[in-house]
Design a protein around this ligand. Structure first.
Ligand code: PLP
Length: 443
């Protein structure tokens, strides 16, 4: 009997014993193509020699040094690589152990910045519905994923949620993409005005919405408008690239595609590529300076900040991505993968939308394509798809609650960047078979 507390108490999970490139292998020897990289984590696959060696070397040299006393070469060098490639004037990196910690740090730094800056009345955080920013209480409060928040709502800080830029479900008939982008961004302006511009601390958003919506990028000039609104009101822009960053969408930083830079940026997942748990918060010169000239320290911290082994893994991951030009590969492979997905799924009776960027794709299923009505929750479509895909030897990330936390289903695909063309066919074949099996039985 397993004593590991699984996410789903009654789940009978296969025991993963090995990784081989894009595949996970269970104790019976069955191979599963890692179609979502876990949850957009395993961007380099499961047996990258350079990253494994970097971890071994770092264990031999130094396993741990507390950041209250020391800095280390892997952390400094990883920060240098990130800052060299970061958008705007992001200038400092705060390393943590994962995405939720990065988001918690971002929220607290935003607050401390305003306090240091003589604006302690700035306390409101605005976020978007259908977003996910993590499961610790601050990050959970920021997220708009209704299902994940529901039973914890009495414990959550107040966060004000506006609509996401979710073109498939929210653009009105006949409305142009630009008009929709403008209407969607206007929600931020309206919310800031409602709360009082000088009380708003920050706005947080995922450039490409991952877990809750299934790879939904914004349309038109949405983010240019968002940046302009934040600047005009002195509101900090926090971008959560925990899932969509680190090359996943064909740019090292997802916001590069939108042509804007945030004041604070959160990354994780692909940064450690699954070899080590690591996340990071990057902040602008101005924010760092305010804290440095003020209190002189960020009133936050964790025992494992900038863990040397995690940083060594992250440094090796980025060296692999940059030296092998894997991110350019994400763009070309992404186009080939998209073509296959559209070819195979676009005409299926219950496929409503196929969207994404780079190697980050979502397929949304609907009961009725004409009205875009989602399946009712009792169908349990996402869970059935996951099971059918696992039977085919494909691990992918189906999610329920796409529309409002309860209704709607999508599958999220985030395969390793090293996927070959033949493997693209394999993924698409396996997912198509699983989908056809499940949809044939849906009543
Ligand atoms: N932010 C986003 C956009 C995420 O997708 C996730 C996890 O899926 C998180 C934050 C939380 O990251 P973690 O699970 O590493 O705490």
């Amino acid at each position: 009997m397993s004593h590991v507390f699984p996410r789903h108490c009654h789940a009978e999970l296969p025991t993963a014993v090995a990784g081989d490139g894009c595949y996970l292998i269970d104790a019976t020897g069955k191979r599963y193509f890692d179609g979502s990289g876990g949850a957009a984590v395993s961007c380099l696959g499961h047996s990258n020699v350079r990253v494994k060696q970097a971890i071994k070397d770092q264990v031999d040299a130094l396993a741990y040094a507390h950041t209250g006393f020391f800095t280390t070469d892997p952390a400094e060098e990883l920060a240098d690589i990130l800052i060299d490639h970061a958008p705007g004037d992001l200038d400092r990196v705060y390393f943590v152990s994962g995405g939720s910690e990065a988001v918690e740090s971002a929220i607290k730094l935003a607050r401390q910045y305003h306090v240091e800056n003589g604006q302690p009345q700035r306390r409101h955080l605005i976020a978007r519905r259908q977003s996910y920013h993590g499961n610790t209480l601050g990050a959970l409060a920021a997220g708009g994923n209704a299902w994940r928040r529901e039973q914890f709502s009495p414990l959550l800080i107040d966060v004000h949620h506006i609509a996401p830029c979710y073109e498939y479900a929210e653009r009105a008939e006949g409305e142009t993409l630009d008009a929709y982008a403008a209407r969607s961004a206007q929600e931020l302006e309206d919310e800031i005005q409602r709360l009082g511009p000088d009380t708003v601390m920050a706005f947080i958003a995922e450039p490409v919405v991952g877990a809750t919506l299934g790879a939904v990028p914004a349309v038109g000039d949405y983010y240019t408008r968002i940046r302009e609104i934040c600047d005009r009101h002195g509101v900090l822009l926090i971008l959560d690239e925990v899932m969509c960053g680190m090359g996943r969408t064909g740019h090292l930083f997802a916001c590069d595609a939108d042509g804007i830079a945030p004041d604070i940026l959160c990354i994780a997942k692909g940064l450690g590529a699954g070899y080590q748990p690591i996340g990071a918060m990057l902040c602008s010169k101005q924010i760092y300076q305010a804290v440095s000239d003020g209190t002189g320290f960020f009133q936050h911290g964790h025992t494992y900040l900038a863990h040397p082994i995690a940083a060594a893994a992250g440094r090796a991951v980025l060296q692999e991505m940059l030296e092998r030009d894997l991110i350019a590969g994400v763009r070309t492979k992404g186009a080939a993968f998209e073509a296959r997905l559209r070819d195979r799924f676009a005409q299926m009776p219950h496929v409503g939308d196929i969207r994404g960027r780079g190697l980050f794709w979502g397929i949304e299923f609907v009961a009725d394509r004409a009205t875009k009505t989602p399946f009712a929750p009792h169908h349990g479509l996402a869970g059935k798809l996951k099971k059918a895909a696992m039977a085919e030897g494909l691990a992918c990330y189906p999610m329920a609650g796409t529309r409002d936390g309860k209704h709607g289903d999508h599958v999220l695909l985030a395969p390793p960047f090293i996927m070959t063309e033949a493997q693209m066919d394999e993924v698409v074949d396996k997912l198509a078979r699983a989908t056809e099996t499940v949809l044939a039985k849906v009543d």
